[in-house]
Design a protein around this ligand. Structure first.
Ligand SMILES: CC(C)(COP(=O)(O)OP(=O)(O)OC[C@H]1O[C@@H](n2cnc3c(N)ncnc32)[C@H](O)[C@@H]1OP(=O)(O)O)[C@@H](O)C(=O)NCCC(=O)NCCS
Length: 338
């Protein structure tokens, strides 16, 4: 029997550039309170959110993805034609098939790149980071473009008190490629399907579009439903342990960390994790949720872009990222900022 030829890639990988796109329309808490019985004070104190962005008609999943990707490529100094894999993390590309990643690869000029979407909700960007790191180090790819993008406003019931003030829209992208030094630590990830019902689409599309399934006989556009309180407890306690494991796996102690950029789900969850991880007070914490709400797969790269653009964080710093959400799914790793 002849042995197979196998390939190996770069010894290390790193994030080479990050870019984001935020929709133009700012929706403040006063507007939200015209849809639900709530108050600016309740929303700010319980979640940290003061405003969020909702996409307009032209700000499609594709448009936002392309804008974020072009910025990430330019900052990475990588040409679209050098990208050999495109991974898009999203739960709001409303076509079952084809994946949006193939169109994005073509429109960017990443001709012939392998391209596919993943559905890992608010952990999507961290899942994609782990996959890109593995592809680069295995030799299957040299440069991978990953995108986290959502138009959650398409699947949000604006009159639902438990979700209307949280969900928002946007896109964040990163280029991952070979590096002479380690730039992405081992991923700690997993899932808990026993809790799949805590955050979910109300009905599958076929059921939702058939009025016979509803008392009023009308089709019902499906929406995201969330049982917030158990999700809050799971995120604040269980996921903090995952974050600690990601630091251990990378050999990073709390005093070695410069930046903490968790999924932007709720400022109180971020605070609880920060306390559980016993991070020093000078660690910079991402607070993108205040102005941008929860953008699911886009939230970590958007938060990173905000920190880098504002000068709160810098290239070469050590940063813990962690995503968690519907599934339930989670993934975290330590990265070196581009
Ligand atoms: C959604 C969330 C902010 C709600 O906060 P909470 O402290 O859990 O709130 P509860 O649902 O326990 O409700 C507390 C009270 O506020 C009220 N309330 C709920 N939603 C409200 C709203 N939008 N405005 C005003 N009051 C509200 C409830 O009726 C309840 O009132 P009561 O004490 O008189 O019964 C919080 O659970 C959360 O952030 N969960 C995690 C979300 C998350 O991470 N999701 C994404 C992972 S991807």
């Amino acid at each position: 029997m002849t042995g197979l030829t196998v390939q190996t890639g770069a010894q290390f990988s790193a994030i080479l550039g990050i870019g984001g796109y935020r929709p133009r329309r700012v929706v403040d808490n006063a507007e939200i309170c015209t849809y639900i019985d709530s108050s600016d004070e309740w929303i700010r104190t319980r979640s940290g959110i003061t405003e969020r962005r909702w996409a307009s008609e032209d700000e499609t999943v594709k448009m936002m993805s392309l804008a974020a990707a072009r910025k990430a490529l330019e900052r990475a100094g990588v040409e679209p034609g050098q990208i050999d894999t495109v991974i898009v993390a999203t739960v709001t590309h409303l076509h079952q098939t084809p994946a949006i990643a193939t169109t994005i690869a073509s429109e960017l000029g990443a001709t012939g790149a392998a391209a596919f979407d993943i559905s890992a909700a608010c952990a999507g960007f961290c899942y994609a980071t782990a996959m890109a790191d593995s592809l680069v180090r295995s030799g299957a790819s040299k440069y991978v473009l990953i995108i986290g993008v959502e138009r959650l406003s398409d699947l949000t019931d604006k009159h639902d008190r438990s979700t209307a003030f949280i969900f928002a829209d946007g896109a964040g992208a990163a280029v991952i490629g070979p590096s002479t030094t380690p730039g992405i630590g081992p991923v700690v990830w997993g899932s808990d399907g026993d809790q799949a019902g805590l955050i979910k689409q109300s009905e599958p599309w076929n059921r939702a579009m058939d009025g016979d399934n509803f008392d009023d006989g009308d089709p019902h556009w499906p929406v995201l439903q969330m049982d917030g309180n158990p999700v809050f407890k799971w995120a604040a306690y269980t996921i903090a342990k995952t974050a600690a494991e990601a630091m251990d796996a990378a050999g990073v102690r709390p005093e070695d960390l410069d930046v903490f950029a968790p999924h932007q789900a709720n400022n109180r969850i971020t605070d609880a994790m920060f306390r559980a991880l016993k991070l020093p007070s000078d660690v910079v914490i991402a607070r993108d949720i205040i102005n941008h709400g929860n953008t699911s797969a886009a939230s970590v790269p958007l938060a990173l872009e905000t920190l880098l653009e504002s000068g709160q964080a810098h290239s070469g710093q050590t940063c813990l990222i962690i995503g968690f959400g519907a599934g339930l799914v989670y993934a975290g790793q330590v990265i070196i900022l581009p």
